[in-house]
Design a protein. Structure first.
Length: 272
């Protein structure tokens, strides 16, 4: 079945980069997927009062922010459509017009209609909302160019439900990979290796070249260790289970997830 990718185009306060648009188009071309680009146009509520108006013109600042958002939405949509058409990618456009405080909820809800969400690591609240509230996997990109083709996949494996869910959500890439490597950090917490060995066995039976690599963190953050090893192995994609839960609308994240959202060095497929 044809895959459908979703690329939110953020406009405020930081805008989606040209790198992210190019990465999304390249991935859609590689997957022969449709790409829906969604410009997020925000409005800033006017919260000015008599005191604040003596210091700053809050109403004007709100109008200027809204105008900047609209301008960026138009420019980014045009850029994405032109890039997709040049790459012969089936592209569709959407727009969301919303008051700034409700952007994260709106994007989490909009993401539920697609197979895979593509995000850049410029807005952590949006990444967290999509990861934990959309029910869909996402690929998180650094603000840098990456080729769209994914041949070598690394899976962060600790035997957990989250890791199993992420590996399943990465099935499209695993089935087409020339090599898959399960990365297990062996000195961070107690772990049973049998399920990872069985997963590799199943991949091998399906014709996928797969192996297990066990590494030691040595006290370093697990998320950084996994990324470093995946980079050393020349993986095109790292697959990870996103661990966390919501408490009073604030996400309490697992250590590896925390490290990844703080510092990302290669494309990472995250699933919760």
């Amino acid at each position: 079945m044809k895959q459908h990718l979703f690329l939110p185009l953020l406009t405020y306060p930081d805008a989606t980069s040209e790198f992210m648009i190019a990465n999304a188009v390249a991935l859609a071309h590689h997957m022969q997927a449709t790409l829906t680009v969604c410009a997020v146009e925000i409005t800033i509520p006017d919260v000015s009062n008599a005191l604040s108006s003596l210091i700053i013109d809050a109403a004007k600042m709100a109008r200027d922010a809204g105008a900047l958002s609209r301008k960026r939405a138009s420019a980014l949509t045009g850029m994405a459509v032109d890039a997709a058409k040049a790459a012969c990618v089936d592209v569709r456009t959407r727009e969301i017009k919303i008051t700034e405080p409700f952007v994260v909820e709106a994007l989490a809800e909009a993401s539920r209609a697609y197979d895979l969400v593509l995000l850049e690591s410029i807005s952590r609240p949006i990444v967290e909302a999509v990861l934990f509230a959309s029910g869909r996997p996402l690929i998180l990109y650094p603000s840098a160019p990456f080729r769209g083709r994914i041949d070598h996949v690394a899976i962060a494996w600790d035997g957990s439900r989250a890791a199993a869910r992420a590996a399943h959500d990465a099935s499209f890439f695993l089935e087409r990979a020339s090599k898959v490597c399960l990365l297990s950090v062996i000195d961070e917490k107690p772990m049973k290796y049998e399920t990872g060995d069985y997963l590799v066995e199943n991949l091998l039976k399906s014709g996928v070249v797969a192996e297990v690599t066990r590494v030691r963190a040595g006290g370093e953050p697990v998320g950084e260790v996994l990324q470093t090893k995946a980079f050393e192995l020349r993986a095109d994609l790292l697959v990870m289970g996103g661990f966390g839960h919501s408490r009073l609308r604030e996400f309490v994240l697992g250590g590896a997830t925390q490290a990844v959202l703080t510092n990302i060095s290669l494309p990472i497929l995250l699933s919760h």
